[in-house]
Design a protein around this ligand. Structure first.
Ligand code: SF4
Ligand code: SF4
Length: 291
């Protein structure tokens, strides 16, 4: 099984639409993972139906047992985060889960409990299982949640003998991206033909290289910035990066998203051929260069 991660240096490059399209080209041969847990939307484009869900807990919160507490005030005095109220109850939003109060409480009246910060799901799509998640608003630890969905996807793909684990990576270059790239056989970088687009490509490429992951590049909406597209192509040539294709802007991407289907199922012809060509080329790169 090949683990393939689709990434971009920033959001809004059309990455998720392309992941859904690639999945539609190899139905029943893959498991999908949506690694963008802060703004997951692969489930919307693939018409996913949820059949399993789990709490995600990455931190703890202090909870006072009022029956044991004798109102000595020590916790209020010690908490550096002003999470303890005057009545010695604890504000779960302000609590950082450091456990200091629980250790210090002379009455052992404080318990550290798991804090649910999100949920993760396994859903059915027309192309295969999709593992995705939703992180609570203002919650952190999205890297840990990405690792959970990625590992679950890998477990499902292995158990069901699939050919590919296809991961829609989060935008940026932070910890969640590294979690989505972990163990990947190859990464497909979706670049956009803008001036910042080249800089984003350079940044995400440096992450791939740092972790020794084979990367290929596809320019999306290349015709909206012909000069910048040329600059990206020149950069790829200079860096020895394989350009697996260029996809033009097409209104069908938006229309298919509104309908909740992959663009490859919404339209055929030249666009389908382009996307199919990118996928095939990328698979070849993954086969040949990742070993
Ligand atoms: S330290 Fe313990 S006993 Fe004292 S106020 Fe806090 S919870 Fe109550
Ligand atoms: S666990 Fe830490 S942050 Fe939370 S109430 Fe106790 S001392 Fe304050």
């Amino acid at each position: 099984m090949k683990i393939l991660t689709v990434i971009s240096g920033k959001g809004g490059t059309g990455k998720t639409s392309l992941v859904a399209s690639f999945a539609s080209l190899v139905p029943d041969r893959l498991v999908l993972v949506d690694g963008d847990v802060d703004a997951a939307n692969l489930s919307l484009i693939t018409g996913a139906r949820e059949f399993e869900s789990h709490d995600f807990s990455a931190s703890k919160v202090a909870v006072v047992n009022p029956e044991t507490c004798n109102s000595c005030g020590l916790c209020l005095e010690l908490c550096r985060f002003q999470a303890v109220a005057g009545d010695f109850s604890i504000d779960p939003v302000a609590c950082e889960g450091c456990s200091f109060c629980a250790f210090a409480c002379p009455r052992e009246a404080i318990e550290m409990q798991e804090k649910v910060s999100g949920r993760w799901f396994v859903s059915r799509t027309p192309y295969g299982a999709l593992v995705h998640a939703r992180l609570g608003i203002a919650e952190e630890n999205s890297g840990k949640l990405v690792t959970i969905v990625r590992n679950k996807g890998q477990e499902l793909a292995k158990a069901s003998g699939k050919d590919y684990l296809l991961i829609d990576g989060p935008p940026g270059i932070g910890c969640p991206v590294i979690a989505a790239l972990s163990g990947a056989d190859a990464a497909l970088i979706i670049a956009e033909p803008t001036i910042p687009g080249l800089h984003d490509l350079e940044r995400i490429l440096s992450v791939c290289r740092h972790f020794g992951i084979t990367a290929a590049v596809c320019i999306n909406r290349y015709d909206l910035g012909p000069e910048q597209s040329k600059s990206i192509e020149a950069y790829c040539l200079k860096e020895g990066l394989v350009m697996v294709g260029k996809i033009p802007f097409d209104r069908a991407f938006v229309d298919s998203m509104v309908q909740g289907i992959a663009v490859t199922e919404y339209t055929g012809g030249a666009l389908l051929n382009r996307i199919s060509g990118v996928w095939d080329h990328f698979l070849n790169v993954a086969e040949q260069l990742s070993g």
